[in-house]
Design a protein around this ligand. Structure first.
Ligand code: PEP
Ligand code: MG
Length: 584
């Protein structure tokens, strides 16, 4: 019987493939009493799981992509060493034997013991290494589950063909999982939680992997190995569909490929509206891999390089030299096209890695805590200055712009400018060759910044509207929480007034304003944004040609009045009606 599920469509495209269910959050660690015979078997089961976890880690190490930061393998090596440590692996065996309890409960006991020991450590750095310990113990737990539940697996155990062509069904995925899975050819994702603006969803879009999030209970009903059909446009997932339905999905897949081929014809067409307004279409990149898609669509440059991905999947902070190497590589690939580097925006769902000294781990509400520029300004030596120095040093090799995330006031912008001036002075003194006039811009992604956009425009060289956070903070909805996703409304007049105010402030100060949130790549809003006055949009590269197709057939002069009407549209119905009209 066909089962149908619906969720939030976050990355379009159709995928058909076998389900691969991940069960990372459902391991039962409660103690189960064992008799003597069972105890011996349980020790054997644990040893098998330890071996599986080790083999998985070796496979991860051997499959690390060539362009991954060097420290990724060091990080995996540490975990392998732990699994080779006789004291480490001996303790749960001892617990099983002495307390006659199951392996999961023994591992949990070991985890708690170690956690207490690490907590008591005075050395902060050493104390943070508990993350590695937990990671290794969790991978053994998952391996225990794997041997029992055919088809279950863990994201950390990624290796080889196992993932290729399959559809991963999981509770949630981290951005790091998504990158690793893409390397192994996963065909699509279905997750039970998450929102369209989570960084995992953004990555799936930019990597071109069909994905649906917020499919409640997916893993209760979908069995490993079942054939799934996923429609990343409508948010529909079908399990065990009939042959004729699968044929329809394949047909739709073919049509999409045909549409993509048609769009490719626009690659060399200039982006100029039907009434002659030139538009700059830039790409958002998260990892260097995205540069390939950027070339495929011939973007005008990079409007947003999210550098926080340089800090994930590793246990050290990238230093100036590493930043410099990466930026130089990206500039070389861009061959003279501009590169907008956003200084690191760690925090909230782009979790601050525990090895970063400034991670005090006490943010009660990470989205409102020391995120983005706040973190950088609180730890300039560790985070901000090395990155700024590297950006300036790379600037002698190609056109670079600096973009500051999460600004809320002109004071913050000034604080950043003081540090930037300090970096310039130092580099001059050191005789380093760099571009003195690297433009410095600010993200408008907090309502306060949009309201005082005029003050920011007075301090900065350009502004870039980040609608993902602007919508989150204006409408008070967590961007990764599928339960409040129904309130996510880019057309809410509160959001549009803030966008309009920012564009207006830029126009009055003759400061360019672009938009780099996901809204820029959503075909439903392209004409509205054009009507509001935007002439630079930055988006995941895969969406760029669709946006171009709409722009070149639109007349901005006709859209202005229609766009302004949205600002006073009080109800959702009215806004939907206006949207239909502007797009007709
Ligand atoms: C945004 O908030 O719109 C944005 C582009 O930044 P990020 O999605 O990385 O938070
Ligand atoms: Mg943001």
């Amino acid at each position: 019987m066909t089962l149908s599920f619906s969720g939030i469509a976050v990355s379009s495209g159709i995928a058909i493939g076998e389900a691969l269910t991940l069960r990372r959050d459902t391991i039962d660690v409660s103690p189960r009493e064992l008799d003597k015979k069972e105890t011996t078997a349980e020790v054997r089961r644990l040893k098998r799981a330890l071996k599986t976890a080790r083999t998985q880690l070796l496979s991860v190490r051997d499959n690390i992509p060539k362009d991954a930061p060097a420290d990724v393998s060091a990080f995996i090596e540490t975990h392998i060493l732990m699994l080779d440590d006789t004291l480490f692996i001996g303790r749960p065996v001892e617990i099983i034997k002495s307390e006659r309890i199951n392996a999961e409960a023994a591992l949990q006991r070991q985890k708690e013991e170690l956690s207490r020991a690490f907590d008591a450590m005075e050395d902060r750095y050493l104390a943070t290494r508990i993350d590695d310990v937990n990671h290794v113990i969790d991978s053994v737990m998952q391996a225990l589950g794997t041997s029992e539940e055919q088809g279950s697996d863990s994201a950390t155990g990624i290796g080889g063909d196992h993932w290729s062509g399959r559809i991963v069904v999981s509770d949630d995925l981290t951005p790091a999982d998504t990158i690793a899975m893409q390397h192994h050819g996963v065909a699509g994702f279905v997750t039970e939680s998450g929102g369209p603006l989570s960084h995992t969803a953004i990555l799936a879009r930019s990597l071109g992997i069909p994905a649906i999030v917020g499919v409640h209970g997916a893993r209760r009903y979908i069995k490993a190995g079942e054939i799934l059909a996923v429609d990343g446009r409508s948010g529909i997932v079908l399990a065990e569909a009939t042959d004729s339905t699968l044929a329809d999905f394949r047909e739709a897949q073919k049509r999409q490929r045909q549409e993509t081929r048609e769009l490719k014809k626009l690659i060399d067409t200039d982006t100029v509206t039907a009434d002659g307004v030139a538009i700059s279409l830039m790409a958002n990149i998260d990892i260097e891999e995205d540069l390939k898609s950027l070339k495929r669509v011939n973007a005008d440059g990079v409007g947003l390089y999210r550098t926080e991905f340089l800090y994930l999947n590793r246990d050290t902070t990238p230093d100036e030299a590493e930043h410099l190497r990466v930026y130089q590589r990206v500039l070389r690939a861009l061959k003279g096209a501009p590169l907008t580097i956003r200084t690191v925006d760690l925090g909230a769902d782009k979790m601050v890695p525990s090895h970063i000294a400034s991670n005090k781990g006490s943010d009660r509400n990470p989205a409102l805590g020391r995120r983005g520029i706040r973190l950088c300004l609180s730890e300039p030596e560790e985070l901000f200055l090395p990155q700024l120095r590297a950006i300036f040093r790379a600037s002698s090799k190609g056109p670079i712009r600096i973009l500051l995330p999460m600004l809320t006031s002109a004071d913050e912008a000034r604080q950043c400018m003081t540090l930037i001036d300090q970096v310039r002075t130092q580099l001059r003194e050191d005789g380093v060759d760099f571009d003195e006039s690297v433009p410095v811009g600010g993200m408008i992604e907090v309502p306060a910044a949009a309201i005082v956009a005029e003050h920011l425009a007075a301090e900065l060289d350009f502004l870039s509207i980040g609608t993902n956070d602007l919508i989150q903070y204006t409408l008070a909805i967590d961007r990764v929480d599928d339960q409040v996703n129904y309130l996510y409304d880019p057309l809410n007049p509160a959001v549009l007034s803030l966008i309009h105010n920012s564009i207006d402030a830029g126009r009055k100060a003759s400061v360019p304003v672009s938009l780099c949130g996901e809204m820029a790549g959503d075909v439903r809003y392209v004409r509205l944004l054009l009507g509001l006055g935007l002439t630079e949009l930055s988006m995941p590269p895969n969406l760029l040609l669709q946006v171009k197709e709409i722009l070149i057939s639109s007349r901005r002069s006709k859209l202005k009045r229609q766009a302004m009407a949205f600002l006073s549209a009080a109800t959702r119905e009215e806004r939907e009606r206006l949207l239909d009209r502007i797009n007709s």
